[in-house]
Each structure stands twice: as C-alpha cells, then as structure tokens.
Design a protein. Structure first.
Lengths: 341, 317
C-alpha cells in the first residue's frame, strides 16, 4: 500500500491523547492565523497583495468548498448551482446596506438565513429527483438567480450594486482598504466554526444518514433513514455556508454584479471538492487552497484557469476518483463492496 | 407584459418557433439517445453543438474563402457549398461525440458503476472544450457569411415564410424520418433499442456493447452537427458559450418529451421552441434564456416522465 497522507494524519490523531489533540489543533489554528506573516517570501503573489489573496479567493473559496462538500462529498448530491447561495448572500448584503443602516455583522445572520431559505425552497422541490436530474435543475436554478438579478433594475441590473459599506471597526480591528489581514482572520474564524460544525454533525445522526444516502439511497431508505429530510438538511447547511461567504465577499469587495456569480464559480468549487477528496474535510481544504492559490501565483495559469479545472475534473475522475486525500479506508472498502454487481 | 405582440405576430412567432424547435429536436437526440442507452446525461453534447457551429462557419470561410461581406450564392454553387458545410459540421460533431465517449466515459464505465463519477467527468469535458474554444477565439463571437439569400417565399397569415427557416424544417423532418427508420428497422438500431431496454441482459445476449454505445454517440453527434448547421444558417452567429445556452434548452426539450424516447424528443423540441418564442414575445427577449430552466423545473416537479414519458422509475433501476 502506498503512503496515504490521509491515513497518516488519521492515525496520528487516533493515537494521540486529549492534550496532544488540543496541541495539534492549536498548532494548526495558530499556523493558519499566522499565514499573513509569509508576505514577502517566495509565496508572494505577483498581481494582488498576498494577504488579500488569503481572504479572496483562498479563504472565501475554502469556506464555500466546505459547504459544497457536505452536499456533494458527504451526501452524494451533485449541486451545479451552488453559486446561487453565494449570490443570495452577496445580494442580501448589497440590498440591506442600500436600504437600511445595518452593518455587516448584523447582515451576516440575515444573509445566512435567506440563503438557507432559498436552499430549503429549492431542495424541497427538487430533492425527490435522482442524481443527474438534480445536477441539471440546480444548474438551472443558479442561472435563474443570475439572470433575474441581471434583469431587475431594483438591484442595479447588469451594473450591480456598488458602495456596499465595509464592516465597522470591531474590538479595535479596523476593516478598511488596508486591513486585508483582519478580513482574512474573519473568514478563518468562519472556516473554523464550519469545520467544527461539520465534524460534530458527521459523528452524529445526520452524518451517518448522509453517508448511508451517498452509498446507497434505496438501502438507506429501507433501513429507516428519512432520506428526504437528511438530503434537505445537507442542502440547507451547504446553502448557509455559501450565504455567509457571499455576505463577506460583498462587504470586502464593496461591489457586486450578476456576472460575478456565474456557472464557472459553481464548477470551480466543485473542482476543489473533487480534487482534494470528496467527503474529507482536510482534503477539501487542501484542494481549495492549492487550486485557488496556484492561478494567483503563476501568471499564465490564471488565463487558462477554467481549462485546468475542467482537466482536473476529468483526470481526477478517471485516475483517482476519491481525490488526493481520500476519505478513510474503512469507508472505501464499504463502497467497493457495494459496487460489485 | 405585452400580450398584443403575441396576438399580432402569432403566425410568424409560430413559424419561427417551429424552426427553432426542430433545431432543439436534433440537439436533443444527442441527449436522449445516450440517456436511453447509458442512463447518463451527456453533458458534453452541448459542446459538440458548439464545435459543429464553428465547423460550419470555418468550412465556408476557410475552405471556400467566403467572408462576411460575400454575396449570397445561387444555383449549383449554393447547393454544393451548403452541402459541404452541413457535411463538415456533421463530421466534426460526430467525431467529437465518439471521441468524448472514448475519453471521458468508456474507462469509467468499465471501472465503476458510480454515476456521480461519470457525470463529473462529463462536466469536465464540457468545460475543457468550451474553454479551449474561448481561448482560441479570445471570447469573440464569430459571424457567418450569408450564403443563402433569405428571400421570403410567401406570406401566410402575416408570417413571412423565409427560405432558411423552411430549409431547416424540411431537412430536419427528412433527417428524423431516416433516423426513426434506422432505429426501428436496422440491425444496429435493434441493438440500440435492446441496450436501452436492458443493459445487462443485452450484454449476456452477445451484443457488442462498446460498438452499440459508440454508434449511439455517433448518431447523437451527427444529429447535433446537423442542428448546428441549421442554427448557423438561420442565426448566422456563434461563440464559445453557445453550447451552454442552447444545449441546456435542448436537454430540457428531451426531458419535456420524455428522455430516452426519440419521438418524445421531437414533441418536446417543438413544444419548447414554440414556448420560448411566445414567452420572449410577451416577457421580452432578456428572459428567454431562463424560460427553458423554469419549464425544466416545472416538468420535473409535476410530470417527471415527460409528455411521452419513459418511466423514470424504470430508468432508476
């Protein structure tokens, strides 16, 4: 058996006692918070400031990849319109800041709630469909949101919404054009919260239900899992993460337009999930960081970004369908057993 | 909302809708036949259409040295050039379709039965093709020389019957009759029907699955290629994203008629062409592109088997 980073990490974690685990987690978290210190090293990105790249694309995309991972990776529901929830979050921020005095932190829960609501409405309607139909209907939903925004003058039409305010100074941390680092820390906190929630859910009933749905929906249904309910759960959870990412993005960028939220973003996020390893949190984080960083670092790749992501999808599916850091071996044996006809 | 447009131009909208519908029908073949055989949405078929549309124009501009300013042709030269464009588009699309099957689906089919894997691979192929063309054309649209003079032959109830739309309708009908005969009468067609009826049993009966599947992709690709030629003849313009725009509408047509069912694709395509034309007249053209998606969602919610429905329940097993 070849060396498997996922298993090595899992073994290390399994063999550690409580304090060692706190230590490992602490080192990872401190390391992540300290990443802005690497500015000016060989990691520096040529066109945009390194710390700003840490927030967008890297941080925002990692967050979205984690959300999509619950839908695609854990539950096996192919969602090709994930960008819709991102757009709902961003447009909530835009519209609310236009008409009310709410600041970003007050808008964030509203954006998450509205994204969850749209996830619930879409999910309730389409989750009775099987895999490939779901893919195309979600794709259609993403386009419907984009084109509706494009043709609605109330939200600025093709020009979008500009002058969305930055978040206010909070606990002495300023959020203006120069404070890329603070934005990165906020998205990092959201990423950590999301990871903790996903870990919590995975170990409990919803996680087991998602896993069983992914492996075989009919069997799960026969075993008494309310598949519809848990699929809807996964969908709504994924939507909430996408909505949060959207609010943050809008408040940093200060400007949104319908064509930012196109089909390519959905594919991008899907490529991150597939590349890193569907269903495995660390695989997804790794995939999203690597694939969103490389086009920023290496200039010529950035033009051919989508081409490369398309190739990633084909190559990964053909050669390593479980991704670079696949989920645990124990589960894979289960899948292989299920596939024998 | 302006319903007077609908009543004023009803006949001409209907005529244009039918022509658009036939283009959808031909593209829908690429989805519906592959779905029938493999139970897989052939995502890359939209890009097969896109490649065909570029091939059509390139045959006219590179092979026959026509430019956008060229005068319309007449007589034998017109027939000859148009036939070459049609054949060129069909060859490019047919070959592309078969190659896609070999590159993206065949390996996965023998290795795994996980549908998600094949689906993602198919999406990957679609992205790669669209992006490659986007980079090659620098995102610029490509116009086609008008080789066929678009004269109005007759006016029926206020609708202009133009040469190009009539040509689309007549040729599409001929192609569909040929295809229907092929699937229902020929030996290969019987193989295709057997595989779509029961994949595993037909393998046990000694049918060469790879040959049947390749043939299915080839026919789907040829139909899609013909559709791209007709599209160019009527609309005279293409760009890298055309597959995304039209392909998904054609997929909707296939689902509307009942996917996996060739005659269903016919009914679905015509219906969708008409609905799109009427809807864009009433709501404005900017909403036209989401008409198809809204219809798709409604069909799947309320009548998931489509008009002629092959049962989805059956398709699941």
């Amino acid at each position: 058996m070849s060396f498997n980073l996922r298993d090595a990490g899992a073994t290390l974690w399994a063999n550690s006692n409580k304090w060692q685990r706190y230590l490992i987690a602490g080192v990872i978290i401190v390391g992540a918070f300290a990443l802005p210190l690497l500015e000016g090293t060989f990691l520096n990105t040529p066109r945009t400031p390194f710390v700003s790249v840490l927030f967008y694309p890297i941080g925002v995309y990692v967050l979205m990849a984690l959300g999509l991972n619950v839908v695609v990776g854990k539950s096996g529901l192919l969602d090709l319109g994930y960008v819709a929830f991102y757009a709902v979050g961003a447009y909530t921020a835009g519209i609310l800041s236009m008409h009310t005095k709410l600041n970003t932190w007050e808008i964030l829960p509203v954006g998450i709630a509205l994204a969850m609501l749209s996830g619930f409405v879409l999910g309730a309607a389409v989750l009775r469909l099987r895999g490939d139909y779901l893919a195309i209907v979600t794709l259609g939903f993403g386009e419907i949101i984009r084109i509706t925004a494009l043709n609605s003058s109330a939200v600025g039409g093709a020009n979008g919404i500009s002058n969305i305010p930055n978040p206010p100074t909070t606990f002495g941390f300023a959020f203006d054009l120069e404070s890329d680092r603070n934005y990165y820390w906020v998205v990092l906190i959201l990423i950590i919260i999301t990871i903790l929630i996903i870990r919590g859910l995975s170990a409990r009933r919803p996680g087991r239900a998602w896993e069983s749905i992914r492996q075989d929906e009919d069997v799960a249904e026969l075993m008494g899992v309310n598949t519809y309910k848990y699929k809807l759960w996964a969908f709504v959870f994924g939507a909430s993460v996408g909505g949060a990412a959207g609010v943050l993005f809008a408040s940093k960028a200060m400007f949104i337009a319908p064509n930012i939220f196109n089909y390519n973003i959905s594919i991008l996020i899907l490529a991150f999930v597939v590349f890193g390893g569907m269903g495995n949190i660390w695989g997804v984080v790794f995939g999203a960081v690597l694939l969103s960083y490389i086009p920023e670092r290496i200039r010529f790749i950035s033009e051919a970004r989508m081409l490369i992501f398309g190739l990633v999808l084909i190559i990964m599916m053909n050669l390593r369908p479980d991704g670079l850091l696949p989920r645990k071996k124990r589960e894979k044996i289960g899948i292989a057993g299920g596939e024998i006809k | 909302m302006d319903f007077s447009v609908l009543t004023d131009q009803f006949a001409s909208l209907t005529f244009d809708g039918i022509a658009l519908g036939f283009i959808y029908v031909l593209i829908a073949l690429g989805y519906t036949m592959v779905y029938g055989v493999l139970r897989l949405i052939n995502f890359a078929n939209s890009e097969v259409f896109m490649l065909g549309s570029f091939a059509t124009i390139l045959v006219a501009t590179k092979l026959f040295n026509h430019t956008i300013e060229s005068d319309p042709l007449t007589g034998f030269k017109l027939v000859y050039t148009m036939t070459a464009m049609l054949v060129g588009a069909m060859i490019v699309s047919g070959v592309a379709s078969v190659v896609i099957e070999i590159v993206a689906y065949r390996r996965l089919r023998s290795r795994t039965s996980n549908r998600l894997t094949s689906l993602i691979s198919a999406i990957g192929v679609s992205i790669v093709l669209a992006e490659a063309v986007r980079m090659a054309t620098s995102s610029a649209p490509m116009g086609s020389p008008r080789l066929l003079d678009k004269t109005t032959l007759a006016t029926v109830w206020g609708a202009d019957i133009r040469v190009d739309t009539l040509l689309v309708i007549v040729f599409a009908i001929i192609l569909l009759i040929v295809l229907d005969l092929f699937v229902n009468k020929s030996r290969l067609g019987m193989g295709i029907r057997a595989v779509s009826m029961d994949y595993d049993t037909s393998r046990l009966m000694g049918i060469n699955l790879n040959k049947i599947i390749s043939t299915t992709f080839l026919i789907g690709g040829l139909g899609t290629g013909a559709a791209s030629f007709f599209y160019i003849t009527v609309y005279e313009m293409t760009r890298f994203s055309i597959g995304f725009e039209l392909g998904l509408a054609a997929f909707t047509a296939a689902v509307l008629g009942g996917i996996g069912n060739i005659r269903g694709a016919f009914a679905g395509g015509i219906a969708l062409g008409l609905i799109e034309m009427y809807a864009s007249a009433v709501l404005g053209t900017q909403w036209r592109s989401i008409t198809a998606f809204v219809i798709l969602i409604l069909v799947l919610l309320f009548k998931p088997n489509g008009i002629f429905g092959e049962s989805l329940q059956q398709a699941r097993v």
